[in-house]
Write a protein that binds this ligand. Sequence first.
Ligand SMILES: *[C@@H]1O[C@H](CO)[C@@H](O)[C@H](O)[C@H]1NC(C)=O
Ligand SMILES: *[C@@H]1O[C@H](CO)[C@@H](O)[C@H](O)[C@H]1NC(C)=O
Ligand SMILES: *[C@@H]1O[C@H](CO)[C@@H](O)[C@H](O)[C@H]1NC(C)=O
Ligand SMILES: *[C@@H]1O[C@H](CO)[C@@H](O)[C@H](O)[C@H]1NC(C)=O
Ligand SMILES: *[C@@H]1O[C@H](CO)[C@@H](O)[C@H](O)[C@H]1NC(C)=O
Ligand SMILES: *[C@@H]1O[C@H](CO)[C@@H](O)[C@H](O)[C@H]1NC(C)=O
Ligand SMILES: *[C@@H]1O[C@H](CO)[C@@H](O)[C@H](O)[C@H]1NC(C)=O
Ligand SMILES: *[C@@H]1O[C@H](CO)[C@@H](O)[C@H](O)[C@H]1NC(C)=O
Ligand SMILES: *[C@@H]1O[C@H](CO)[C@@H](O)[C@H](O)[C@H]1NC(C)=O
Ligand SMILES: *[C@@H]1O[C@H](CO)[C@@H](O)[C@H](O)[C@H]1NC(C)=O
Ligand SMILES: *[C@@H]1O[C@H](CO)[C@@H](O)[C@H](O)[C@H]1NC(C)=O
Ligand SMILES: *[C@@H]1O[C@H](CO)[C@@H](O)[C@H](O)[C@H]1NC(C)=O
Length: 624
Amino acid sequence: MRTREWCDRMVDCMNRVMLHTAISCWHPLLGLVLVAVFVGSALGCPARCDCSAQSRSVICHRKRLPSIPDGIPIETRVLDLSKNKLQAINPDDFSAYPQLEELDLSGNTVAYVEPGAFSGLYNMHTLSLKSNRIKLIPLGVFTGLSNLTTLDISDNKIVILLDYMFQDLHNLKSLEVGDNDLVYISHRAFSGLLSLEELSLERCNLTVVPTEALSHLHSLVSLHMKHLSISTLHPYSFKKLFRLRHLEIENWPSLDVFPANTLHGLNLTTLSVTHTNLSVFPYQALRHQSHLTHLNLSFNRIRHIEEGMLQDLVRLRELRLVGAQLSTIEPYAFQGLRGLRVLNVSNNRLDTVEKGVFQSPEALEVLLINDNPLVCDCRLMWLLQKRHSISFGEAQPECSTPEGIRGRPFKEFKEALLSYYVTCTKPKIRENKTQIVSVDEGQTARLHCSAEGTPRPLVSWLTPGRRHLTNRSHGRLTVHNNGTLEIKMSEVQDGGVYLCVASNTAGNDTLLVSLAVKNLGSLYANRTQSYTDHGNDTANGTNPPNLTMGMDLKTILVSTAMGCFTFLGVVLFCFLLLFVWSRGKGKHKNNIDIEYVPRSKSNGASAEAIDQGAGPRRFNMKMI
Ligand SMILES: *[C@@H]1O[C@H](CO)[C@@H](O)[C@H](O)[C@H]1NC(C)=O
Ligand SMILES: *[C@@H]1O[C@H](CO)[C@@H](O)[C@H](O)[C@H]1NC(C)=O
Ligand SMILES: *[C@@H]1O[C@H](CO)[C@@H](O)[C@H](O)[C@H]1NC(C)=O
Ligand SMILES: *[C@@H]1O[C@H](CO)[C@@H](O)[C@H](O)[C@H]1NC(C)=O
Ligand SMILES: *[C@@H]1O[C@H](CO)[C@@H](O)[C@H](O)[C@H]1NC(C)=O
Ligand SMILES: *[C@@H]1O[C@H](CO)[C@@H](O)[C@H](O)[C@H]1NC(C)=O
Ligand SMILES: *[C@@H]1O[C@H](CO)[C@@H](O)[C@H](O)[C@H]1NC(C)=O
Ligand SMILES: *[C@@H]1O[C@H](CO)[C@@H](O)[C@H](O)[C@H]1NC(C)=O
Ligand SMILES: *[C@@H]1O[C@H](CO)[C@@H](O)[C@H](O)[C@H]1NC(C)=O
Ligand SMILES: *[C@@H]1O[C@H](CO)[C@@H](O)[C@H](O)[C@H]1NC(C)=O
Ligand SMILES: *[C@@H]1O[C@H](CO)[C@@H](O)[C@H](O)[C@H]1NC(C)=O
Ligand SMILES: *[C@@H]1O[C@H](CO)[C@@H](O)[C@H](O)[C@H]1NC(C)=O
């Protein structure tokens, strides 16, 4: 046996000598190097493999080997058997090489690994079983690998991770289990992984976060969960991960909501939630993450960043929200973020980024806003003035309006151009003077207020009850984008003077509109009101006039009283009828249920009063 091995080696050596001589003829310098290597590996090397005595490595990469080759030196530390045709790993396959530190079995066709396959390899620190055909890893496969620090079992066909399967890997630091058919991770699968710092769970068929299993990883620092079809995150999903600092959630296309307590208990420094279906910035979930420095929310469907919602993120330095559908960053959005240095909101729908969104604009070093429909008016002036001291990245931002500077990169602006084009104009309301609108009760009233100006003015309304209505729906009252205030099912008490305010950064304009709602039922006093024409153009913000409700106390009392009388009358009448009826039938019921629908009691309230619960109520009456 010994002799045969020796012969094999001799033949192998002869082959090498001849090969090397040939090469050295062609290139003397290369020859020298190779001869040196050859001399070093004189101790032996399996046929077809490359060995290095210095590093004690045996490299048999892509050699079509059907089994583990003979002739591997006993003292081998690094063994690379990747991309061969190995089909199974049996116990004691490697027990002859107790000094193995690195073993690469990736890219074979291994379908089964026997328990004990790696027993005795106490020095091994890196093991790769990546890209094989393993369906199940039985208990005991990793027994004895107590010094292993890196394990890769990704890209196999593993369906389940069993309890205690990694039990002995006390020193494991990095584990790759991605690209498997993983459907379930048993609750104690990660038990024993006391040192695990990095875990990748990618491209699996998991439908929930394996919270219980993860909770054993007390040393985990980085968790990467990519390409998963998890659609729901539960509160407290990442419990007991006390050391977790980096969490990456990427490509969960069906995730719509990021619940408030999802990150509860974590103390993250970087968080990345990208390529999901989230449409709302996860403010609540981010609360208390005061050590967060990097946040990446790119490629979601987030539309707005609201005012003052990120105040807890006091240490945030870099915020990325690329390729979303972001159309507004409200003023004061980054309030509290004193150290924000990098903001990347490129490829969105922003028309501007105002100076007022930042807590400290001077701290900003990099601002990527390319690929946005930027309107270059006075709101962007601050940025254009800083254009030589701030980095816009490689893709320079451009204006989409005004016409004269469209498509021109920021850096090319001359000062003269700035003062000519980058301007704002005060809002001007097209309707000339106080409008008087009159509708019948129950009809829809429309109060128009269309304004022009650059940037496009925001129209808001002040009701007679001094309620402030902005651009959206408020029950029956809706402020449309074109400024029109629509009041559906108008009630008499909607009448009064409304104030329209159109404002933009350059100033504001106001308009008074008087609404009269005609009461149709002539039961009550004539309560349509007329208002004196205030007639003054309050273009530069004089105080709104006295907005009194045209409803006096007497009217309220009278109408309430009338309502009560009618109501009491009806009840008594019903009561009487029932009484007579029950007598007539000769049946003496002691209890009678009376169901009635109370009348609206909101007569005296102001315009914003919304009818309170108008459902039927039950009375229970005792009859003697
Ligand atoms: C881990 O490896 C070191 C040498 O790198 C060795 O001294 C130690 O005994 C090994 N641990 C175990 C449990 O075998
Ligand atoms: C996992 O998902 C892939 C793709 O959706 C599918 O082809 C495969 O059958 C699934 N595996 C299991 C075990 O469900
Ligand atoms: C994302 O959300 C939208 C609407 O909320 C829905 O229509 C769409 O189907 C969702 N996409 C996925 C992949 O779930
Ligand atoms: C959170 O982590 C930071 C370091 O990233 C550390 O300084 C801080 O003490 C931790 N806070 C808690 C409550 O663990
Ligand atoms: C943010 O997420 C996107 C999408 O996953 C990725 O392309 C980008 O590299 C990430 N940026 C950083 C700084 O992590
Ligand atoms: C406002 O006044 C101008 C002339 O001063 C007139 O042309 C325009 O039609 C008026 N608009 C309205 C809405 O009354
Ligand atoms: C504004 O839009 C609303 C709803 O689209 C419409 O009813 C109203 O007439 C419009 N106002 C004007 C002034 O065009
Ligand atoms: C109701 O008020 C309107 C406007 O104030 C007035 O023109 C009308 O005459 C009043 N009708 C009655 C019946 O008082
Ligand atoms: C506005 O009202 C003031 C008094 O309140 C009056 O002196 C002034 O002439 C008015 N201006 C216009 C344009 O009606
Ligand atoms: C309102 O505007 C007029 C000119 O349009 C100006 O003379 C006046 O000072 C302004 N008032 C205020 C309070 O800004
Ligand atoms: C309108 O502008 C004036 C100053 O021009 C300002 O004092 C006032 O608060 C503004 N009103 C609104 C509602 O923005
Ligand atoms: C507004 O009302 C107060 C008290 O209700 C009154 O003193 C003041 O004169 C009124 N102002 C106008 C402009 O009507």
